[in-house]
Unconditional design. Structure first.
Length: 170
């Protein structure tokens, strides 16, 4: 995904934080898998990021389970396709979902993630977190649960998580 041509949620584009976020995302890109073609941002885990994801979870805007995420995105895509047919001139593709995943997934998982990201670009931005699934589960759910992949849904939650990437730590 070419981040320079990617449209972020309107709130981020309006307050001029989108360019700073693009810089953070572009700073550390890694290949999703050794045989893969896709590069994704590698994000460091910060307190600001943890707070933004926790807020999204409390709002019911975090989905987990790879199959459930794939089904949800496919259903949404059908709706967006119908909307584009009705009003093509009004639709501008922009990031509205974040697929966040741990660094300890199997090769097969990363191939599936690459497929999902290719199918749903540019609406879904995938980012690899610099942490394992156990730490991600603890961070997101506050208990001993391994989580490899989460989807942050809704433009406000996505905006909050992306804004956390440029937040000054207190």
């Amino acid at each position: 995904m070419n981040l320079s041509e990617t449209n972020f949620p309107r709130r981020l584009e309006a307050d001029d934080s989108a360019e700073k976020i693009r810089e953070v995302l572009a700073a550390r890109q890694i290949k999703l898998s050794p045989q893969g073609r896709l590069e994704v941002p590698m994000l460091a885990w910060t307190e600001a990021l943890a707070r933004a994801i926790a807020k999204a979870r409390l709002q019911g805007r975090v989905r987990l389970g790879f199959e459930e995420i794939a089904q949800k995105l496919a259903a949404e895509e059908k709706g967006f396709a119908a909307l584009r047919q009705k009003t093509p001139e009004l639709q501008q593709d922009r990031i509205s979902r974040l697929l966040l995943f741990s660094s300890d997934g199997a090769e097969r998982l990363y191939r599936h993630i690459e497929q999902i990201l290719a199918e749903h670009a540019p609406r879904v931005l995938g980012c690899r977190l610099d942490m394992d699934g156990k730490k991600l589960g603890e961070a997101v759910f506050g208990k001993n649960a391994a989580v490899k992949v989460i989807l942050v849904e809704h433009k406000d939650a996505v905006s909050d998580v992306l804004s956390a990437l440029i937040a000054k730590e207190a």
